[in-house]
Design a protein around this ligand. Sequence first.
Ligand code: MF3
Ligand code: CO
Length: 248
Amino acid sequence: MITFKSQEDFLNMEKAGRIVATIHSELREASTPGIPLTTLDELAKSIVEKSGSTSSFLGYMGYPAYICASPNDVIVHGIPGKYILDEGDILSIDVGVSVNGYHADAALTYGVGKISAENQALIDVTRDALYAGIALVADGQKLGTIGNKIEKIGNKFSYGVVKEYVGHGIGLEMHEDPQVPNYGKKNQGFTLKKGMAICIEPMFNIGSAQTKVDDDEWTVRTFDGSNSAHWEHTIGIMDDEVRIFTEK
Ligand code: MF3
Ligand code: CO
């Protein structure tokens, strides 16, 4: 992974993060019953083009879209296709862009129209787990401690904590070392240092943690068909603070 030599280097991460946050808020507003996922992708495309940034997703290992759009039982990497949003759906959107070569990446999950209390709890707990992980980010912190905290929160609510997909370092590539798992043992694993940037991204399922991949080789679903939530931010350990780049 890269380590940033100066605060200046973080400026591009900040710019990329702000664009990601803008895309998320615009897409969220547009996510109403009757809207096809392709419309959300088109909206993301137009914002990226206007912003002067570059999509981190389009063309990544052949990925065909600007966003991942993962409704209901889709955990992650849903390709925005002809699926039309329905009242009561939950939807995870994942977006990444780069500015001057520096990437930022974030995901969130929200309801379409009115959703069940069970779905809202899933969304809220997954978000809380992300923020509990972020609260532990510091110079000298071990990734095992962060993963352990996230995993414990998922377990407390009997959610399936997805293990096959993990967070990552980020900088001049969207995916850099180290892996940032949503599980682990306290005081073990990679040690974070000043100048590093990582993505933490818990994925919790109402049912089991087991996953399966569609024939399109991208779409990852829960094995049991239960709903799944995904939250992610890009976080930098700067000289004097830990900054969430992808938050407005
Ligand atoms: N944003 C995802 C992640 O958090 C990666 C998306 S892969 C892509 O790691 F191919 F869809 F871009
Ligand atoms: Co990511």
